[in-house]
Design a protein around this ligand. Structure first.
Ligand code: ADP
Length: 262
């Protein structure tokens, strides 16, 4: 119990830290982002204009063309334009990535806001399937197994939705095309059980040990923030719930959220 309390404390501190960082980063990123967008447009126009001038010169005759080429060489206009354009493209990608992280940090920092209502587990699962539709539509079959009687728990619908979307997104990422993902609703004496099972690559013991550590990811840059599982853990803890994970490399993963029955 003590260990869990310590970890909840640590998560709360991290949440505050995250809120601070998100706040600080958000503003400057906003204007840098719009600057790069405008600058990119300007450089696109600039390159376009160069092409047109070149064409004009060519049609106007060899002499002007030669002069233009000499000028072009001297200032290496084309090179610098495309180099700068490339730099802007790169900055733009970087900024999009930071924005993604800030978004994730934000939800990390306000896990307890919002009111708790009675939530239908079956409805929650159906919504998640819809929300992730464009990720799995052409890739994986998603099955849903529900009991005869729906299961209800208390919680913040938006946050639980976010947790389930994180799990299903991870499952789709880990699962090869054609294999399936199965969502199950079950219950025990005290808890609603929301299960996400995949036939994906599974996890090593090292990954499983670090899965709830903020920013831990095995995904290549640009594809994961490493915040999904730690945010999910914070949210589920706030709901007095738990997350259980079993995984086997090359076989698949099962993630179960237990939330007290309403
Ligand atoms: P991210 O998805 O951005 O990497 P997460 O916190 O959601 O961050 O996940 C952390 C890591 O846990 C992932 O990079 C991946 O290695 C592992 N992981 C999570 N879910 C699964 C899954 N269903 N199958 C295999 N690995 C998983």
């Amino acid at each position: 119990l003590e260990e869990r309390l310590v970890s909840a404390d640590k998560m709360a501190m991290l949440g505050q830290l995250a809120a601070g960082i998100a706040h600080e980063i958000n503003n400057p990123i906003g204007y840098v982002r719009s600057n790069t967008v405008v600058a990119k447009e300007i450089f696109n126009d600039y390159q376009h204009a160069l092409d047109e001038i070149g064409l004009l010169c060519r049609t106007a005759g060899g002499k002007i063309e030669a002069q233009f080429e000499a000028l072009e060489k001297r200032f290496s206009l084309r090179e610098s334009a495309s180099e700068i354009l490339e730099m802007f493209n790169e900055s733009h990608e970087g900024i999009e990535r930071i924005i993604e992280i800030v978004k994730a940090l934000r939800s990390f920092s306000y896990p307890s806001s919002g009111k708790h209502t009675q939530i239908s587990a079956v409805e929650a699962m159906n919504t998640v399937i819809k929300l992730t539709n464009n990720l799995h539509r052409y890739k994986n079959k998603v099955n849903l197994e529900v009991p005869d009687k729906d299961v209800y728990f208390l919680g913040n619908a938006g946050q639980i939705q976010q947790v389930l979307v994180n799990f299903v997104t991870n499952a789709i990422y880990a699962t090869p095309e054609g294999k399936s993902i199965t969502l199950k609703v079950q219950k025990d004496e005290k808890n609603a059980m929301l299960i996400v099972e995949d036939e994906g690559i599974g996890m090593s013991k090292e990954t499983l040990d670090r899965i709830f550590t903020p920013f831990f990811t095995t995904k290549p840059p640009g594809e994961g923030t490493g915040l999904g599982m730690s945010i999910s853990m914070t949210i589920v803890e706030e709901h007095n719930g738990t997350i259980n994970i079993t995984s086997e490399e090359g076989k698949g993963t099962r993630v179960t959220v237990l939330l007290p029955l309403a």
